[in-house]
Design a protein around this ligand. Structure first.
Ligand SMILES: N[C@@H](CCC(=O)N[C@@H](CS)C(=O)NCC(=O)O)C(=O)O
Length: 260
């Protein structure tokens, strides 16, 4: 029995725990298996899947033998899964270890900001018509405009946070800066912005973070495992990759979601 099972869909929010699981398996010997959830058949809304994730979205992480009694439990919310994995594997130093330190306070603040403000805005942008249950162009445009404004101010803020440091949160182990799970999340979100008018890597410090994080072996393994349609990301500024996303739902016209 592996330590974990991840239900994922390529290129979506499940990239966050998937990347972290690969990082942990590469360096710290944890084991996991994966199940791909096929959005094109609506598998995320099937009865079988809803039994482990009533929200009908990815990711879902199953922790096996959580209580040392052979039972398994499922958990959802990509940011929560990131926090959970960092806490369950302190040897990987994916979070500041001293929960009383100012660095830990900054870590929690950053994680909640990403989960509370940035990720929902991304979802609003990609799923405007689905979540609003509307095909009205002005309604969709207004939702996207608000989401884009929030995302832009997030890039401003996160870029400032990276002003004099390589990673979002100070997490220094034996004199060497280590990324926290917040850095992994930002890179996944930055990738989603690649076809936006304002790609996150236009911000200099975010660009540095993206390049630092995507040089990790675990990122290379993630790209291979998820067979991403833009394996060359991050490209140079101004270049455009093929449209793809958090996940455009089956049937949603891609052309309405991306600028030409
Ligand atoms: N807050 C959730 C959001 C998950 C989410 O929206 N996942 C999208 C992919 S990025 C999904 O599963 N979409 C399929 C659907 O809504 O039917 C998380 O971070 O895990």
């Amino acid at each position: 029995m592996p330590d974990y099972t991840l239900y994922y869909h390529s290129g979506s929010a499940s990239m966050i725990p998937h990347w972290l699981l690969l990082e942990l398996s590469h360096f710290h010997g944890i084991t996991f298996d994966t199940h791909s959830v096929d959005f094109s058949t609506g598998a995320q809304k099937s009865e079988e899947y809803l039994a482990i994730n009533p929200k009908g979205v990815v990711p879902t992480l199953v922790i096996h033998n959580n209580n040392n009694d052979g039972s398994s439990s499922s958990y959802t919310e990509s940011a929560a899964l990131a926090l959970l994995l960092a806490a369950r594997h302190p040897e990987a130093h994916l979070a500041p270890q001293d929960t009383q330190s100012p660095q830990y306070a900054k870590y929690i603040e950053t994680m909640v900001y990403l989960a509370n403000t940035v990720q929902p805005s991304m979802r609003d942008w990609f799923y405007a018509s689905v979540d609003a249950q509307s095909t009205s162009e002005p309604v969709i445009a207004a939702i996207k405009q608000m989401a884009a404004r929030r995302i832009r101010s997030a890039w401003d803020l996160l870029d400032r946070q990276l002003q004099d440091q390589p990673y979002l949160v100070q997490n220094v182990v034996d004199g060497v800066w280590q990324p926290t799970v917040a850095d992994f999340i930002v890179v996944v979100l930055a990738r989603w912005s690649r076809n936006f008018e304002e790609h996150a890597i236009r911000w200099k410090n975010l660009d540095g973070l993206v390049r630092r994080m995507t040089s990790r072996d675990s990122w290379v393994a993630l790209k291979a495992k998820e067979t991403l349609d833009d394996p060359d990301w991050p490209l140079g500024l101004g270049e455009r990759a093929t449209p793809s996303s958090c996940k455009l739902l089956h049937g949603e016209p891609i052309s309405s979601a991306f600028r030409d």
